[in-house]
Design a protein around this ligand. Structure first.
Ligand code: HEC
Length: 416
């Protein structure tokens, strides 16, 4: 044997020894449990699972060569990088804003052919996405168009199912607003009746602009009088806030910064959400009821704030069999009664020609809030009656409303 061949042999043995020894260096292939997995429609989940999950989740299917060093090192490093960029197993732990950003990036990467990685596509034919899969991913990634999830059950009470419509915006800000239309605290339960949550005039005037601005709006039904007098409607709206807060992650909104907007009796109810302490019951068996029902920002349009001073025919059915308006119940149902320094910042808009709920109701509430050190703004509109046109005023009511919500929910979210 020539000496060159001897050296060659020896090198080969050394190499084999090295390869064997490096197999002993441990590689972390552990799978921590998913802490808050992404939630998406089934057809989207299927794509993510087949084409992305191996790298962007804890559910990695290790190939056989993933057990051979040094390839295993390279793979482990790769995985770490991929999960750091985006981890579907921990998706819910990210800020809603970050989720929205990544969701858009997902389609960009796929469209440009960057993802799944070309090297991965070569060995995984099932990860080569076809046109249909591309469309599904693209629609989802763009937040589709705005959509309404109708009839979401947020609770049950006295044999009634409490429903709300969830309006998802096309470009979500990741912030939720509870919305209650006006009905003089009534709920028409007839089969053909228009549900409160879908009240057309109000939805078009106030829900749709909020959705267009990127807010996720939860439009409520609540129990009404008759047959349900105070406090059924108050309990229902509180339940709705607790429900949204508890499921904030699924709805893609921040739990600690919820707003509330309402008109007339709806404004009375959302104002109470801002002034009542709202603490959940720590011992409640339903975890939803352990949440706080306090909102962080309120907008009241034509708000009844002191029910003892309102027309009897208006508040009578709601206050039950109260003989006198100025009794304990009417005080309890009045936002002005509950004002304290920790109440939510409140914007009040009222028409000075309002004959149903006089604007003095908002003036009084504004005064009480201001005296207690709560941030409050009162906009009085000379030419408006009870219904307030969203375009009234300069700046318009809708502009005022969005400015108020943006400032208090996006810029300085207070804690729940
Ligand atoms: C074989 C592993 C692998 C697969 C499969 C894979 N990715 Fe990635 N991905 C990575 C790695 C590694 C990174 C980080 C480095 C980079 O950007 O190239 C990454 C980064 C990303 C990023 C962030 C890009 C950036 O620049 O911020 C997005 C978004 C992404 N991947 C989307 C996807 C989607 C969607 C799929 C499935 C359709 C997918 N990836 C499948 C490995 C993978």
């Amino acid at each position: 044997m020539s000496s060159e061949r001897k050296v060659g042999r020896r090198l080969l043995w050394v190499l084999i020894a090295v390869v064997i020894i490096i197999q002993l260096i441990p590689v972390d292939r552990s799978h921590p449990p998913a802490r808050s997995e992404i939630e998406a429609p089934p057809e989207v989940m299927e794509i993510l699972r087949t084409a992305c999950y191996d790298c962007h989740s804890y559910e990695t299917d290790w190939p056989w060569y993933g057990y051979v060093a040094p390839v295993s090192w390279w793979l482990a490093h790769h995985l770490e990088e991929a999960r750091e960029e985006m981890n579907f197993s921990d998706w819910g732990l990210m800020e809603p804003g970050k989720q929205a950003e990544l969701r858009e990036e997902i389609w960009e990467e796929v469209e440009e052919g960057e993802m799944p990685l070309p090297s991965y596509r070569r060995v995984h034919p099932e990860a080569r996405l076809d046109d249909r899969q591309h469309r599904v991913l693209e629609n989802w990634s763009h937040g589709e168009v705005s959509r309404v999830d109708s009839d979401v059950v947020y609770g049950t009470a006295a044999d009634r199912v409490l429903l709300m419509d969830v309006h998802h915006p096309e470009h979500p800000k990741g912030v939720g607003v509870i919305s209650v239309a006006g009905s003089a605290w009534r709920a028409d339960e007839a089969a053909h009746a228009e549900p409160l949550k879908e009240q057309r005039g109000y939805v078009e005037a106030y829900v749709e602009p909020l959705v267009a601005a990127g807010y996720t709006v939860f439009s409520l039904n609540h129990r009404g009088a008759p047959p349900f007098p105070y406090p059924a409607a108050v309990e229902d709206t509180q339940r709705a806030v607790r429900f949204v807060r508890h499921h904030a992650e699924q709805f893609g909104v921040a739990a600690e910064a919820l707003g509330a907007v309402g008109f007339s009796s709806g404004a009375n109810l959302v104002s109470l959400l801002g002034v009542n302490d709202g603490r959940g019951r720590a011992d409640a068996s339903d975890p939803v009821d352990r949440e706080s029902s306090k909102v962080q920002c309120v907008v009241g349009l034509a708000t009844p704030t002191d029910l003892s001073r309102l027309r009897r025919d208006l508040v009578g059915p709601y206050l039950g069999d109260e003989p006198q308006p100025a009794t304990a119940v009417s005080l309890e149902a009045s936002p002005v009664t509950h004002v304290t320094a920790d109440d939510a910042p409140t914007l009040l808009v009222h028409g000075e020609r309002d004959r149903t709920v006089p604007s003095s109701q908002s003036v009084l509430f504004e005064q009480r809030l201001r005296e207690s050190g709560v941030e409050v703004k009162l906009v009085l509109l000379e030419d408006q009656a009870h219904p307030i046109a969203p375009s009234a005023g300069e700046p318009s009511v809708v502009e005022e409303l969005l400015e108020w919500l943006d400032r208090h929910l996006l810029e300085s979210p207070s804690s729940a």
